[in-house]
Design a protein around this ligand. Structure first.
Ligand code: ADP
Length: 260
């Protein structure tokens, strides 16, 4: 045939183009999926500080607090409001552009003690109400972490919130900080209900919750640890858990030390 070679070449070009377009559509679909996932995660995160604000509002209107307690609660109002503002900013960021924020969270110099104090302040009303003793060790010697402060805040917030959620009022929480091989390791240990051995690997999955019925009272979507693990890994860190049923759980997060 005349033009047979040209036709073959055109067909090949056409097929290449179709392949490229198909690939682009797949990439768009994937980024759309990630975007939706992030929006879901952020919406979940916003619920917790809002719940704290509602609880504080209730306590203030019941007028049962001493002046000193009121002062702490007002501090917590400001922390929680700040948290909501940060999350709302992030939500906006996600809807505008979800490619740049990966770099943003891995840069910066974060002081562990600053973040930990902010997180504990946000939980102050709950800690007081539940008569918790929070024992902290190793904080003075902790070097800075290479990360974005908001990311570290979310990580510690989620792990500490779980330790409060899944252990009885009145039982202590131990927080330990130490340096190991260029990583800052932060450990949160509770004396709570623990996690069955065969479920330890699953709790970091999206929407996984141990024994749904057991957890109904605590509320939650099984997203917290999924978000936490994603963040930790984006920062080049590791999260791990050790737990004994009926005795308690210990979550460890290791993040890279900030190097000048
Ligand atoms: P959520 O708390 O919203 O259910 P998470 O992803 O934070 O979601 O946690 C997943 C599951 O892991 C929880 O439902 C709970 O069963 C279990 N879990 C997490 N932290 C603890 C803990 N400190 N003690 C016992 N179980 C825990």
């Amino acid at each position: 045939y005349p033009f047979a070679t040209e036709l073959a070449a055109l067909t090949k070009d056409y097929n290449t183009m179709v392949d490229q377009i198909t690939q682009q559509v797949e990439e768009l679909k994937q980024s759309e999926k990630e975007k939706n996932e992030m929006i879901g995660n952020l919406s979940h995160d916003i619920k917790t500080p809002v719940a704290s604000l509602i609880a504080i509002g209730q306590a203030l209107s019941d007028d049962i607090l001493s002046d000193e307690e009121k002062q702490h609660y007002l501090q917590a109002v400001s922390e929680n409001a700040q948290r909501i503002t940060v999350l709302a900013d992030e939500l906006m960021q996600v809807t505008i552009d979800n490619e740049s924020d990966n770099n943003e969270i891995t840069t910066g110099e974060v002081m562990v003690d600053d973040v930990l104090i902010k997180v504990l302040n946000a939980f102050k009303p709950r800690i007081d109400h539940d008569q918790r003793e929070i024992m902290i060790s190793g904080l003075e010697a902790a070097p800075a972490i290479k990360a974005n402060e908001d990311a570290v805040y979310r990580i510690l917030y989620n792990v500490i919130e779980n330790s409060l959620k899944y252990s009885q009022s009145g039982t202590p929480i131990q927080i330990g900080v130490k340096v190991e091989n260029d990583m800052v390791s932060m450990t949160v240990a509770d004396e709570g209900q623990g996690i069955p051995n065969d479920e330890l690997g699953k709790i970091f999955n999206r929407t996984y919750r141990v024994e749904k019925s057991r957890n109904q009272a605590t509320g939650g979507h099984g997203l917290g640890l999924f978000i936490t693990k994603n963040l930790v890994e984006k920062l080049g860190g590791k999260i791990s858990v050790q737990s004994k049923i009926g005795q308690g759980s210990q979550f460890s997060v290791a993040l890279p030390v900030y190097v000048f």
